[in-house]
Design a protein around this ligand. Sequence first.
Ligand SMILES: [Zn+2]
Length: 367
Amino acid sequence: MESPSVDDFRCLNLACPAYGELGLGNIRLRKWYDTRFGRRRLLRCATCGREFSELKGTALWNTRLPHERAADIMEHVTRGNSFKETAELTHTHRTTVSRLVCIAGEHAQRVHDHHAQDLRVTSLQADERHGFVGRKDQPCWEATVIDPRSKFVVQNALGARTTDLAVRLLFGTRSRLHDPHGVVLFTDGWLPYDSLFPQVFGRPYQPKRQGSRGRLPRLHYRIPRTSGHVRIIKTYHGKRVTDIRVERAAGSQRRIDQELETLGYNIPNTSAVERHNGTARRMNPHQVRKSLAFARLPHVRQTVSDLVNAVYNYCRVHRSLRVKLDEPVGRRQYAQRTPAMAIGIADAVWSMLHLLRTVVLLTPCRS
Ligand SMILES: [Zn+2]
């Protein structure tokens, strides 16, 4: 793989005036040096004089494996292979796989935090998947918010199925949106969505005090005309769905109908996120059904899930997002796109190495 030019790097020294700035021409090549795993560059910031490896701030910093092999490990794990299977397929040790995957997962989440900002979406779908961590009697739900138009996973949260999970999921989602007041949310019948919706997507206002003394009344929330919340409530008999009821929980019917029309849906549904549940279960070894491959540690469960989401968003093309080419190229008639390309924050399909090598700005760490 071609290495990026020196101008694509930035100074990672927090105390430097040029910290995180691109295109100042302050990064110079100090020297090439040899490691057991290939040649690396040592870079130098001309502004502050700090020297650092070209891998600083990437998932591959201090990796004792060839990069292609590290990327191979991530490919295997994000196709639903357990750590043990991956170790055998890539001729590495099980603990190496687990260590690298955890580092890559933390890195992938930072990349997502950096890129998935100011998202312009007008509707969202939310759902939760059941799973375990540690032992089969310790449930660990994974809640997801997805943009049905681009299939981009905006936010996910792990933990017990409590209000806290919904709080982390919805407030995390709101922080990534350009306009949180212009969103129609489609969810299942889980009650925390209903009770949290006004706080998350409404506008707060202070009601007047009755009389002139005492504490002010509690903040109230007004639902803007541009937002809405629809609950799709399923009734089960055993494992079989016997009844589906659609309920408008907030917002006007007009706004909801308008959103359904732009999405091309006849009735409100959560099909995009439910389809994504299938994909996510196949990609994540800890979510595969009827399998013994579940995480023993919550940290591993979290990082694998973060890695899988980033790979899904930035590296894997989604068939429904392809666009017809104006001029066919040979026999190729369509351009394939990833969810990140569809939502407008990436302009190409990222390779696994690209994801791992993306530099994210760090808080200070040992150099
Ligand atoms: Zn510097």
